[in-house]
Design a protein around this ligand. Structure first.
Ligand SMILES: Nc1nc2c(ncn2[C@@H]2O[C@H](COP(=O)(O)OP(=O)(O)OP(=O)(O)O)[C@@H](O)[C@H]2O)c(=O)[nH]1
Ligand SMILES: [Mg+2]
Length: 301
């Protein structure tokens, strides 16, 4: 269920708005600042035509003493979990610096973070501008090596990757990212003058890029992050055999290994995702039957 949190400094009318929306005198309202100290939560049904949502009332954001530091912490934590924040201000006064600081911090919260990797300063700033205007938070790297370091530190939600770069090229960087347990699920969009569809990424874009098409790809990859790009892979491998390199590059989700006899057992047990079969084993598995299974994709490498 979608969570909507009401935030703001003390005494701006958060609880009053909460009561209005839930249509009950539920939260305590007073003219004394700092009345609400905990989180109040109610399920709201506006109309049967709309989905129910969870409304959260929070304590005011204020630096007063230790107690209110706790109240503030709780409010900010609630904001982090919310899908939407209603930030209330007192219209009688002009927002001060502290208020602006809270507002900016909340605006940054939960924004998808995109790592733009390109050695060309012009491309970096062009992609940054497009993405920032579309509401994303952006960090940049000049080569593959820097990209990996930054990805480890910042855990971006998506990476745009150039291929030809000094120090470490994009292809090598993608390989390293896909081998890293913590980073392998991050969708990667190759943005390059090269039109070859190697190495495997989640999307490819040729330079010069079309802004609309670029944003469409980014939005799609971010919105179904949990579906296609993190689908698990079932890699078929015989005892003692090496794991095919291509399988690692292909799979951005969890990788499970099994031998050729176990493939159908795994599917019966509920496996959904991509089954990767090395070419050498291709004749020993009923690929036709396998490809008829729902929720299963077959890739031969
Ligand atoms: N003039 C005016 N007063 C309001 C409005 N909304 C709320 N109030 C009054 O402002 C005071 C504070 O309202 P609350 O709803 O308790 O404010 P709050 O933001 O929840 O305050 P804390 O929980 O203390 O942080 C109360 O005396 C309300 O009656 C409004 O829209 N206009
Ligand atoms: Mg209140």
């Amino acid at each position: 269920m979608i969570k909507v949190a009401i935030l703001g400094k003390p005494n701006v009318g958060k609880s009053s708005l909460f009561n209005r929306i839930v249509k009950r005198r539920d939260a305590i309202i007073s003219e004394k600042a700092g009345t609400t100290r905990d989180i109040k939560k109610r399920i709201v049904n506006i109309d049967d035509d709309y989905e129910d949502f969870i409304l959260l009332d929070t304590g005011g954001l204020e630096k007063r003493d230790e107690l209110f530091e706790k109240v503030k912490e709780k409010a900010l934590l609630t904001a982090k979990e919310a899908d939407l924040i209603l930030y209330l201000v007192d219209a009688k006064t002009i927002p001060d610096e502290e208020e602006k600081k809270y507002f900016r911090a909340l605006q940054k919260l939960n924004k998808p973070l995109i790592l733009v990797v390109d050695d060309d300063e012009g491309i970096r700033s062009l992609l940054t501008q497009i993405l920032v205007n579309a509401g994303y938070e952006v960090i940049t790297a000049e080569n593959g090596k820097e990209a990996i370091e930054l990805a480890k530190k910042k855990k971006p939600d998506l990476i745009t990757m150039d291929l030809m770069m000094p120090v470490m090229d994009g292809e090598t960087a993608i390989k390293h990212l896909r081998e890293d347990e913590e980073l392998r699920h991050i969708p990667i969009v190759i943005v390059s003058v090269l039109s070859k569809k190697e190495p495997p990424a989640d999307a490819y874009l040729e330079k010069p890029i079309d802004e609309e098409h670029f944003l469409e790809i980014v939005h799609t990859l971010l919105s179904d992050k949990k579906t296609p790009t993190t689908r698990p892979c079932l890699v078929v491998k015989e005892e003692g055999e090496k794991i095919p390199q291509k399988a690692i590059l292909l799979c951005s989700g969890e990788i499970i290994y099994c031998n050729k006899e176990e493939v159908f057992l795994k599917i019966e047990a509920g496996f959904k995702g991509t089954v990767v079969i090395p070419y050498a084993l291709y004749h020993e598995i009923d690929v036709v039957k396998l490809s008829k299974e729902q929720n299963v994709q077959v890739v031969i490498v």
